[in-house]
Design a protein around this ligand. Structure first.
Ligand SMILES: [Zn+2]
Ligand SMILES: [Zn+2]
Length: 375
């Protein structure tokens, strides 16, 4: 089949910026040197523009996982334009289709099923989506956001002024305009491009799938380190309305920390989280599926499958009971019913259920490792 025509602007932007970053910058550095101010500004802008994409384009606008004050939105809109990944409206429209039709080669704009190169950058090089290039009907909500429309209507200007104006001005202050533009402008841009593109490419190929295998998205802690926390992509694809991607406190997710940090000073609010119960159940269901697959080829498969299913059913039941009790306890803590007999009973029941869930989890874990050993 004949490939669609190249989008020359995109091809040129990628080639010219990469050539400057990987050939021009080293030559410049060898002849004129690079100073620590330039490196510091480049690192700062790397995080600023990268996280304008992850916290802004992605978690705020595409998925509406929280609300942000207008100042935050303007700053993220400028930072996002500086990352040169098209406007918020366009990016979010593509991204919502990616989630809705993930891995569908005809609809997902960066379907991982079309290969690593396509998902990383190939999808932007040709007119694959020409028909719907300016159809933003899946982002009607965003069209009501004045910041989004201001950025969309003046995208080119904001992008150019942010990239050359900010770095040029800082370079002038530092006594070397071109040096700053090369390091904190172009080199930083190319790095931000590729680490954020990793989320569409590598995060759909490399890692594990603890929550679902209905799509190619993977969880990967190493990738999270380079993608401002977006490496927990398997979780993200099943619970996309959660402002977190790395849900555990120890999982590296600076985007989550930024959003939560801003909420402490009132700049963001209504941070949405998926209920713990649903997360745990999704994980257990994946484990059931894996254990059953392994057990099904063993000689005593029937008996084993029966045991696995029984223990899984018990686990789910214990989870439901425990989370219901926890909800009751929370409600009670908010009401004035404290310290009477009823509240003691609720507390007692909660503790009991917590313990029996822990026991069942232990049993379930043992069963997992048992079926692993036998397989
Ligand atoms: Zn997403
Ligand atoms: Zn994805």
């Amino acid at each position: 089949m004949k490939k669609p025509p190249l989008i020359m602007t995109n091809v040129l932007v990628f080639i010219v910026t990469a050539a400057i970053a990987f050939i021009g910058v080293p030559i410049w550095a060898a002849n004129f040197g690079i100073d620590w101010t330039e490196i510091g500004v480049a690192i700062f802008l790397f995080y600023f523009t990268g996280m304008s994409i992850t916290a802004g384009y992605h978690r705020l606008w595409s998925h509406k996982t929280y609300d942000a004050n207008v100042v935050v939105r303007v700053v993220l809109a400028i930072g996002g334009a500086m990352a040169v990944q098209n406007s918020i409206l366009h990016w979010s429209s593509d991204h919502r289709i990616h989630h809705r039709h993930v891995d569908d080669n005809d609809k997902d704009p960066y379907s991982a099923k079309k290969g690593l190169w396509f998902a990383h950058i190939g999808w932007m090089l040709r007119e694959y989506q020409a028909k719907r290039y300016s159809d933003y009907s899946n982002c009607k909500d965003l069209q009501k956001d004045k910041v989004v429309m201001w950025q969309h209507n003046h995208y080119l200007l904001i992008m150019l002024v942010a990239n050359f104006g900010i770095t040029g001005f800082l370079g002038w202050l530092n006594g070397d305009i071109l040096g700053m533009i090369l390091v904190a402008g172009v080199l930083r841009l190319v790095l931000v491009h590729h680490v954020t593109f990793f989320i569409n490419s590598l995060a759909h190929f490399w890692g594990n799938q603890p929550y679902t295998d209905n799509n190619t998205a993977r969880d990967n802690g190493i990738l999270a380190f380079f993608t401002f926390g977006e490496g927990y992509h398997n979780y993200h694809h099943i619970f996309e309305y959660d402002y977190r991607n790395g849900i555990r406190w120890y999982q590296f997710d600076p985007t989550k920390w930024l959003i939560a940090g801003l909420s402490f000073v009132g700049l963001t609010k209504n941070l949405r989280r998926c209920p713990e119960e649903r997360i745990e159940k999704a994980r257990a269901t994946m484990q059931l599926q894996r254990a059953s697959e392994k057990a099904s080829v063993l000689p005593n498969a029937d008996e084993l499958l029966q045991t696995i299913q029984t223990e899984y059913d018990l686990l789910i039941q214990r989870m439901s009971e425990y989370y219901a009790a926890r909800k009751r306890l929370m409600r009670m803590k908010h009401s004035s019913l404290k310290r009477n007999l009823e509240s003691l009973e609720v507390m007692y029941k909660y503790k009991e259920l917590k313990q029996s869930l822990a026991l069942q989890k232990e049993k379930w874990l043992q069963l997992q490792s048992l079926s692993l050993q036998m397989a």
